[in-house]
Design a protein around this ligand. Sequence first.
Ligand code: A2P
Length: 311
Amino acid sequence: MAGSFVLNTGASIPPVGLGTWHAAQGLVGGAVCAAVKVGYRHLDCAPSYGNEKEVGMALHRLFQDGVVKREDLFITSKLWYSNNGPQYVPEAIQTTLDDLQLEYLDLYLIHGPIRLKKGSAPISENSLPCDIPATWAAMEKLHDAGRARAIGVSNFSCRKLEALLAVARVPPAVNQVECHPGWRQARLRELCRSAGVHLSAYSPLGSPAAAGAGAPSVLGHPVVASIAGRLQRTRAQVALRWGLQVGQSVLPKSTDEARIRENLGIFGWSIPEALMAEFSGIEQVKLLRAEFGVNPVNGYKTLEDLWDGEI
Ligand code: A2P
């Protein structure tokens, strides 16, 4: 795929990945097939999305029909919060590999700096203290064994990423975080750039369905609308292209074939510098805050603690 980014492992990560969060069962398999057929080579998955088995069936079909080869895809999955302890890591990745019908992942991420009781629902009462260096050491073993060709984290603030970098034998390759024109992550991006950690953007369209009623609309923002109008591109394309131009991979979710295609139409043109500057006028609001992660038992008494003030 045009303009891949290079990870600190030396591997390339395609700049656009299909997001599968909130991709409903019954739709996600078709979306994966449609995406690969129009040229996506990067899929972002997680067991907590409740759809990895269907993604795996779609991948199996694509490989069997010769549409794409495994080695030409970049597939990410994540270690869920209720497996955020070193003893759970080998079994958790095996379940994901079995569900996805794969031998290895291109990237395996700690889903976030939160630990929940085994098999429990994501509510604050289920929190447990979380030992990130211990979980990371188990992730490093997966990397050594080649089951995860790269390892990384998700939802890590600058402070938490710096703390991990200070103890990691294998430095994280990626920090996957919420990022879009309405939450631009300037400080984190600078840290990632200087530390050689690739920033990958989830909710790059502002997650219109997931962010909840009353949340500011990224695609409805007048600055995004105006830039899209002037460049004769769609608002989604402009939001995604902004992400690419600031140096991140973007993971738009869609189960609609026309939108899947539209979201890949961000190559062969660019947003001129003068228009890029206009994005800085968009007020910053973090949409996805993970309130359930707050509990004194894990050291997060407030949302400020969980995100280290980046909220
Ligand atoms: P759908 O799956 O019906 O296309 P994000 O990636 O930021 O989480 O956003 C995903 C949301 O944005 C989904 O609700 C998805 O709906 C919608 N979406 C995806 N692509 C587009 C697009 N090109 N234009 C408008 N909405 C889109």
